[in-house]
Design a protein around this ligand. Structure first.
Ligand code: BGC
Length: 724
């Protein structure tokens, strides 16, 4: 018998067309089922679906088998239960689950696979808790280090955001739960967040503020998007014709639904016509007897449709989008597989992410890793070492099964092998300054210890309702400045005098001013808000069980005035408007182009081993390039390096940043091991947005491809030239 093998490309063709056809026909069936449902629904039932019917739900239509849609924050754990309309205490509910490291910790791993694992844990727990939508990821650009919600967000760089957010979203949605991408768009500060009008150039919008959202929609396939509170170019972002209808649903072809942030709708017609599909919020004024029919997208809509002032297809489109998501996530056919809650595996994922997130900023004289066997007496100083963070910060609060603080992590690691002593060192209280009694006590125990670890930085309070205690990394409020609160700088200086090998560990949602002590400090670590396993992760890093591999997802400036939003732009705005004058020069794009020395550069992070970059080769064809190089771990211990690829254009027609991140890869190498890294840069790696022609452009000419260990530590570079 003659047997003919099919060429692989034909097999691929058959698979691809069959796959596409079946996806297409499934979609067709879904759209038909939606048509049938729409034809059976009353106007009141339709309108019931496009606004909240309790603080975190919107109505279904029971007689047609359409369930209520149940939402929950997000973004780094499933929020505690509070009952419908905040009518329940959650003390006796089993809602203590996995508290993951927060957004900028996740981004600091520079590991998109961990983005996926993070999302899977979240999706699985949301599912187990009966939620249909988890309100995350939050991916607003980190424009100013003062933003109280930076800890929830990822980065100052749109490329890094894109890669991490896509993983996160797929992780969540593969569990049958929808992610909700927030806050669309330009919610880059908490001061006046519900009122400020943001103005930025089309170029800044396209190059900096939109790409993360675009990737999340197009590559991540996110099911829902949440509109921001602020205005954008004079119109509320949640019902902004240009952002929602033109870009999100038009250019990007988004087929899911856009919900408002809580209470962000201001106008019925604007919301109806400019793309808002679901109005969310809590009817605070009417509690304990809320009346959601009074929402902008409530009873008024019924009246307007009945009066012939609003066409029914406009409402149908919104209901269709919600139903589409319900079909996609198995809500209509009850086909969702059960999720898992508060498992050991989820806790292990939280640990792994925290370990990869920790950034070793400085390690002079190789003080780290510590040799635990030589330490008999270790002093831990600083209230942050014992501070619980999970329930702080605002809507992202999580009730954790447990939370390992830095002090607990060090105690766990040392067990009975060493004496661990603790001193508060400072008081966490509103406007607290250095407390000499606490400083003296800390210095006293520090001077007799073999090793001293200071744990400080920002805080958010344990109790959301204690606003004063919450006032640093918190929703609804920005930091006043970058100065370390509670007199921590004085304490650090006093400790450094007695212990020059002091380990300084910072917690929080971003940089602090370090000027007064950084030159004397040998070791500085950024620990972020590292989640429920954070203390164990920090101990594993300082004692060398884990070799640090985190890299900064944002620039740490020397002082606030060096940040572009503060140097060039409006913050928090003038007469209600914040003009982003710094334009595309956000984060390292500004520091590198304007030659401002940062304290620690974007992409910076040390390891206990060394990596050698070698043999870089580039094959460049028409506005594309393939780059290969070898990376060797030249040290004695295993480790991971984030190889970062930046592009610089020589003599650009429009001003361009000195360099921009266009690819990265995290490479895990055994001691002595070499690996080849190959990366393809397509034309989007070279393009810029020309706001004269309203188009993406790649100029002919010379480009440098820079490969390095941080934005300021370039190890190899090659020049490529494109024809005009
Ligand atoms: C926040 C959102 C959050 C929502 C629901 C709003 O105040 O801005 O991020 O998802 O509340 O809690």
């Amino acid at each position: 018998m003659k047997f003919t093998y099919l060429q692989p490309k034909f097999i691929f063709f058959i698979f691809f067309t069959t796959f596409n056809f079946s996806v297409y026909s499934q979609q067709k069936v879904v759209e038909q089922r939606i048509n049938q449902l729409l034809s059976k629904m009353t106007l009141e039932e339709k309108v019931g679906m496009i606004h909240a019917n309790s603080s975190f739900t919107s109505a279904g239509v029971a007689r047609l088998g359409i369930p209520e849609l149940v939402m929950s924050d997000g973004p780094h754990g499933v929020r505690p239960e509070h009952g419908r309309d905040w009518n329940m205490s959650n003390d006796h509910v089993n809602d203590a689950g996995t508290y993951l490291p927060t957004g900028n910790a996740l981004a600091a791993t520079w590991n998109p696979k961990l983005g996926y694992e993070f999302g899977s844990v979240l999706g699985s727990e949301a599912n187990a808790r009966g939620k249909d939508v988890i309100l995350g990821p939050g991916i607003n650009i980190i424009r100013t280090p003062l933003n109280g919600r930076n800890f929830e967000y990822l980065s100052e760089d749109p490329f890094l955001i894109s890669k991490m957010a896509v993983g996160y979203i797929k992780g969540v949605q593969d569990q049958g739960v929808s992610a909700s991408l927030k806050h669309f768009i330009a919610n880059n500060q908490e001061t006046d967040r519900t009122a400020v009008n943001v103005e930025m150039s089309e170029r800044a919008l396209r190059e900096i503020y939109l790409p993360g959202f675009k990737a999340a929609v197009i590559e991540g396939g996110v099911n829902t998007v949440m509109g921001a509170y602020n205005k954008f170019r004079g119109q509320w972002a949640t019902h902004n014709y240009y952002l929602v209808n033109k870009i999100l649903k038009g250019e990007w072809g988004f087929e899911g639904f856009l919900m408002s942030d809580w209470g962000a709708v201001h106008h019925t017609n604007e919301a109806l016509y400019n793309g808002t599909d679901l109005e969310m919020g809590t009817d605070l004024a009417m509690l304990p007897k809320p009346n959601y029919g009074k929402f902008f997208m409530g009873d008024t809509v019924v009246t307007l449709v009945n009066a012939g002032k609003v066409p029914i297809p406009l409402i149908d489109d919104k209901v269709r989008r919600i139903l589409r998501v319900m079909f996609k996530t198995g809500m209509m056919d009850k086909s969702r597989k059960p999720g898992k809650f508060a498992t050991k595996e989820h806790q292990q994922t939280a640990l792994k992410i925290a370990e990869e997130a920790i950034v070793l900023l400085k390690n002079k004289d190789q003080v780290l890793p510590l040799n635990a066997s030589k330490i008999k007496n270790i002093a831990v100083i600083g209230t942050n070492a014992t501070k619980l963070n999970a329930m702080g910060g605002g809507s992202s609060q999580v009730k954790p099964t447990y939370e390992i603080t830095p002090l607990m992590g060090i105690e766990n690691y040392m067990g009975s092998k060493a004496k661990v002593t603790f001193a508060k060192g400072y008081e966490v209280a509103k406007d607290a300054t250095a407390n000499q009694k606490l400083v003296d006590e800390a210095v006293k125990i520090a001077s007799t210890a073999d090793q001293v670890v200071f744990v400080g930085g920002w805080v958010h309070g344990y109790d959301f309702s204690k606003w004063d205690d919450n006032a640093f990394d918190a929703e609804g409020i920005d930091k006043k400045d970058l100065k370390l609160p509670f007199g921590q700088a004085e304490l650090i200086k006093a400790l450094l005098k007695v212990k020059p090998n002091l380990i300084i560990m910072m917690m929080g949602g971003g940089p602090v001013e370090m000027n007064s002590w950084i030159d004397d400090a040998k070791v500085v670590i950024e620990g972020w808000y590292p989640g429920m396993e954070g203390g164990n992760a920090l101990a594993n890093v300082i004692f060398g069980k884990v070799n640090p591999s985190g890299k900064l997802p944002m620039t740490f400036p020397k002082k606030l005035e060096d940040s572009p939003a503060h140097k060039l732009g409006d913050y928090p705005g003038v007469n209600g408007t914040a003009v982003y004058h710094e334009d595309i020069f956000v984060g390292y794009r500004y520091f590198d182009t304007y030659k401002v020395e940062p304290q620690f550069a974007f992409g910076h992070g040390l390891s206990y081993t060394k990596f050698k970059y070698d043999k870089m080769e580039v094959v460049a064809t028409d506005k594309k390039a393939t780059i290969s190089l070898s990376i060797t771990n030249t040290g004695k211990i295993d480790g991971a390096e984030v190889v970062q690829f930046y592009v610089h254009q020589d003599q650009p027609k429009l001003p361009r940043p000195e360099k921009e991140l266009k690819a990265f890869q995290k490479v895990f190498l055994k001691a002595g091991e070499t690996q080849n890294v190959e990366i393809e840069l397509d034309k989007t790696a070279f393009h810029y947005y020309d706001d004269q022609s309203f188009n993406w452009v790649v100029d002919g000419g010379k480009y440098q491809i820079l490969v390095g260990s941080s934005s300021r530590d370039i190890r190899q570079q090659v020049l490529v030239e494109f024809k005009p």
